[in-house]
Design a protein. Structure first.
Length: 91
């Protein structure tokens, strides 16, 4: 279906201007995802911070129409490709 299979690589949200200007890494207090429909791939949030130990917990959130996901802004996260949401296999 539309919006499936591409994903979005795992990343940390940072203030790009501060990073480019002086190399300072600033994270938002809260990161969020707005789901406008049930379509699309799930968001993976890992309890792992930049420069910290490997995360011990992870959360997989599937899109649900008109829903809103929030999590700590310094956590590793991304969108998994379609294989986890009934889409074509990855690879």
């Amino acid at each position: 279906g539309a919006g499936r299979g591409v994903g979005h690589e795992l990343h940390y949200d940072v203030e790009e201007g501060a990073l480019e200007a002086g190399g300072e890494v600033l994270h938002p207090l809260v990161s969020s995802v707005v789901y406008l429909s049930d379509a699309g791939d799930p968001t993976l949030v890992i309890d792992e911070t930049l420069g910290g130990q490997a995360g011990s917990r992870a959360y997989l959130v599937h899109p649900a129409s008109r829903s809103f996901l929030t999590f700590k802004g310094d956590r590793l996260h991304g969108v998994l490709p379609g294989a986890f949401n009934g889409g074509p296999p990855c690879g």
